[in-house]
Design a protein around this ligand. Structure first.
Ligand code: ADP
Ligand code: MG
Length: 363
């Protein structure tokens, strides 16, 4: 498979702050990679380095087979890289019509008139801009402005599309609609894309692979289901919705984890000797069930006390306390009074275990 983007040990500091640790990854032709991480983890900086809007400190960036930057030496500026960018705040030229905004990059790249007209017509239908071409950005809704921003970026025929939280300025409803639309548009175009977001659902909708960025380093890179089924760190697990984080104790044989009052968790596959002492268990609230007939023979049942019951419309969210005093979130379809006992079941195959050393420096 042809690689459109290669990063090799790319790093960036602002003053004393190491914003990006040496980072390496590759993007294949037609592949959509989402860079997922919380605010301030370095997502925009990474995109700006790839675009050439900010200089790297060290490492090498290759786009479409050409080294566009290497250390402090070679540097090809943004306008000579086969890329284009869609910004969070749209960044349309306010004094230019939609048509002029879309044509701008093509004119700079000296695309001939016929070609320009045919691209414009194609983008107009692709992004549903009919009847909007002569308007100014101020005369458009947020969603329309965003579509113009995307059309403008696509007009120059980039080999690599860079998108920095392109939906985050839209209201929630529009955002959810646009997310689906954008995913099918990108699929249709099959242009290699680096898409920055802090929203897991957005990443799941758009991405072929997700790159999880934490404090300027890559925690994990993989397909959405790889990340969900095998989160490499408790932090990735948390990001994937495993909101229950529990202290566990590994037995001296190193092959059993225990939760609450020395109750072993049965059936969890652990490499012997891989863990000892304290560890962390991550559990997805959706994977915990309430056991209504404790008489049925079931593994991994735990007694808990209901602390809080929150009505969420289609179901109840319960916050319960285990016998060793740790709290857990889970869902159930029926109300149970706070203070009541609740037997819960934890399925072994959905338990994510981490050794304490993997957790060091994790928060
Ligand atoms: P994100 O896009 O993930 O929210 P950014 O890449 O914008 O994060 O920023 C990462 C860190 O780098 C932040 O702490 C931010 O304050 C810092 N930073 C970003 N740009 C600059 C800059 N031009 N000068 C100094 N610090 C910066
Ligand atoms: Mg940002």
């Amino acid at each position: 498979m042809r690689m459109i983007l290669k990063l090799k040990g790319v790093s960036k500091a602002y003053g004393a702050q190491q914003v990006l640790k040496p980072i390496s990854f590759e993007v294949e032709e037609g592949e959509h990679i989402c860079i997922l991480g919380p605010s301030g983890c370095g997502k925009s900086t990474l995109l700006q380095l790839v675009a050439g809007l900010t200089r790297i400190d060290d490492g090498e960036i290759e786009i479409n087979g050409v080294t566009v930057e290497k250390g402090k030496g070679r540097y090809i500026p943004p306008e000579h890289r086969p890329i284009n960018m869609v910004f969070q705040d749209y960044a349309l030229w306010p004094h230019m019509s939609v048509r002029q905004n879309i044509e701008y990059g093509m004119k700079r790249r000296k695309v001939n008139k016929n070609e320009m007209q045919s691209r414009l017509e194609h983008l107009q239908s692709l992004l549903k801009l009919d009847g909007l071409l002569e308007r100014l950005p101020a005369q458009l809704s947020g969603g329309q402005q965003q579509r113009v921003g995307i059309a403008r970026a696509l007009a120059t025929g980039p080999r690599l599309l860079l998108m920095d939280e392109p939906l985050s300025n839209l209201d929630v409803k529009l955002r959810t609609d646009m997310r689906g639309e954008l995913a099918s548009l990108l699929r249709e175009l099959s242009i290699a894309t680096l898409y920055v977001t802090h929203d897991r659902m957005e990443a799941f909708t758009i991405a072929d692979r997700i790159l999880v960025l934490r404090e300027g380093g890559i925690d994990q890179i993989g397909t959405p289901d790889e990340l969900f089924e095998r989160p490499a760190t408790p932090w990735v697990a948390q990001l994937m919705g495993y909101h229950n984080r529990l202290r566990v104790q590994f037995s001296s044989q190193g092959n059993l984890a225990t939760l609450a009052a020395d109750t072993p968790i049965q059936g969890v596959q652990i490499t012997p000797g891989a863990y000892s002492g304290e560890g962390v268990m991550m559990l997805h609230p959706e994977n915990i069930s309430v056991c209504q007939e404790p008489s049925a023979i079931n593994d991994n049942l735990f007694e808990t006390e209901v602390l809080q019951a929150i009505y969420e419309g289609t179901r109840w969210r319960f916050i319960v306390k285990t016998d060793d005093g740790q709290s857990l979130h889970l869902f159930h379809h029926r109300r149970v009074e706070p203070g009541a006992r609740l037997t819960i079941q934890v399925p072994a195959q959905n338990v994510m275990l981490y050794a304490a050393r993997a957790v060091a420096g994790d928060e």
